[in-house]
Design a binder for this molecule. Structure first.
Ligand code: GLU
Length: 489
């Protein structure tokens, strides 16, 4: 098998998205695997935009793809923006290059024009389906004479160009993930390589570009396995060696269906907006279908590059686990320097309008607050919700209010407690804690009888960071005001 270092010299891999929407997680992982392989081998990572589907390709989608890759830190050595010796890197700007290869195929009688009308092809497919046959072209235009072709062309009848597939034998290739794959050529079809609008199709343009761009390894999703025999047939017809193939298994949702929006899967930029770190997404997606061979799970970009190899890609489908992603993001957040987290928190608080853009912020205070939640934060978008009561009146949750504040004796107890709090100086964690503990003891109460009501009165909720830390940050006057609200019951 491939693990021969000689194979890994001058590695050139490409990520070749079709810009017809945003990136999904499967494609994102394909990009990551290609990038890791290039970086591991000291090779080149190329970004090629496969925009031959004119109707569905959009510049917005190209932007989203590039922004996503940049955010994830997947820098490309050649491609749009970066340039390179093998450009242009948009397929629609490479039409002249395809023309050269079309001429070769026609000269070798490996391609022929097909004048069949779309209605005829649709009817043919329909009939084949009715007979439970795989739908494929019936070869009507396969053997047209030169005169017939000229005659049809002169009448202005539109045509496509089909590749003449060798229907006998088998196509065999050694997939670096799945091992030997054999496909009986009788299942192939004389597929279209140039559309009636003269644009190349994916299978053809992809091969020409992979040849021209000197791609050594094609790492892409399993959903392309069925295209590989067609592409190998084109390589053969052009007398070129095909690159190595590595098809990576799909990512499935928890219900084992192909991962989709329904499973909460989103594009990288949506994960960014939800408050995930780019290095977490790279770490997490790499481990979906690849493992370093030891028990490591939290791995930096450099560690992933160092350990990555195609052999360790799992040949079975991976299951997406959003809880694990949250856990991993939490681990990274806990390791983050507090100042960095504070900067992010400030952005989130502004977005949530808890602080104004123009407001002068007390960074020291925000650091204290953020420090209180760093341990349990899973994603940045949770920040405003977790700490809003430091910036605004608490939103009181009905259940804890009923359970802890509207209980006999609580209002009386809080009134007495306020007297204690009022006298506390300095108003800091230690002083407060010992005063409140002393109060609890004197009253012969259980700690929960006092701590829970204080927490709910100050934060509006049943769970919060350590309450004396919260009190210190809120300050004496705010604490008294909030607690006194519940002394009237
Ligand atoms: N444009 C194809 C896609 O987005 C590329 C497949 C390939 O890597 O060959 O699926």
């Amino acid at each position: 098998m491939h693990n021969n270092n000689a194979d890994l010299k001058n590695v050139r891999v490409r990520f070749a998205p079709s810009p017809t929407g945003s990136l999904h997680l499967g494609n994102t992982r394909t990009a990551i695997f290609n990038w890791l392989f290039a970086r591991h081998t000291g090779g080149k990572f190329i970004l090629r935009i496969e925009d031959t589907d004119k109707e569905r390709s959009t510049p917005e989608s190209v932007n989203v793809i590039m922004e996503s890759l940049k955010w994830l830190g997947l820098d490309w050595d050649e491609g749009p923006d970066a340039g390179g010796d093998f450009g242009p890197y948009y397929q629609m700007q490479r039409l002249d290059k395809y023309k050269k290869y079309i001429d070769i195929l026609i000269k070798r009688n490996m391609a022929y024009p097909c004048f069949c009308a779309p209605e005829r092809l649709a009817e043919m497919r329909h009939q084949m389906q009715k007979q439970k046959l795989p739908p494929r072209y019936d070869g009507k235009c396969k053997n047209l004479s030169k005169e017939e072709i000229e005659c049809l062309t002169s009448q202005g009848i539109k045509h496509v160009l089909r590749f003449r597939v060798p229907y006998t034998g088998v196509t065999e290739f050694n997939d670096l993930v799945h091992g030997k794959i054999c496909i009986d050529n009788s299942v192939l079809d004389d597929f279209v390589i140039v559309k009636s609008n003269a644009g190349p199709t994916y299978n053809f343009a992809c091969v020409v570009d992979d040849i021209e761009m000197k791609i050594t390894h094609i790492i892409r999703g399993d959903d392309h396995i069925s295209n590989t025999p067609k592409q190998i047939a084109i390589y053969k017809a052009l007398c070129c060696n095909s690159p190595e193939f590595a098809h990576i298994p799909l990512i499935l949702g928890h219900d084992k269906a192909k991962l989709s929006k329904r499973h909460g899967a989103a594009s990288p930029l949506e994960y960014r907006d939800m408050g995930y770190l780019p290095q977490v997404l790279v770490n997490f997606l790499t481990l979906l279908g690849w493992a370093p061979g030891d028990n490591r799970e939290i791995m930096s970009g450099d560690e992933l590059i160092e350990s990555f190899s195609i052999e360790k890609i799992n040949d079975r489908n991976a299951v997406f686990d959003s809880q694990k992603l949250d856990w991993m993001n939490g681990v990274y957040i806990r390791k983050m320097p507090l100042e960095e987290l504070v900067d992010i928190a400030l952005e989130e608080l502004k977005k949530a309008e808890l602080i104004k853009d123009t407001e002068e912020v007390d960074v020291n205070k925000i650091s204290k607050i953020v420090g209180l939640i760093q341990e349990r934060l899973k994603k940045f978008s949770e920040i405003p919700q977790l700490i809003n009561y430091f910036f605004d009146k608490p939103v009181y949750e009905e259940k804890p209010v009923r359970k802890f504040l509207k209980k006999d004796g609580v209002s009386q107890m809080l009134q007495e407690l306020c007297k204690v709090i009022e006298e506390e100086e300095p108003f800091d964690i230690e002083t407060l804690e010992s005063a409140v503990r002393e109060f609890i003891e004197k009253k012969g109460l259980k700690p929960g009888d006092v701590i829970h009501p204080i927490r709910v009165a100050l934060t509006g909720r049943a769970a919060s960071p350590p309450i004396f830390d919260v009190m210190e940050i809120l300050g004496k006057q705010t604490c008294l005001k909030r607690i006194r609200r519940f002394c009237i019951y």
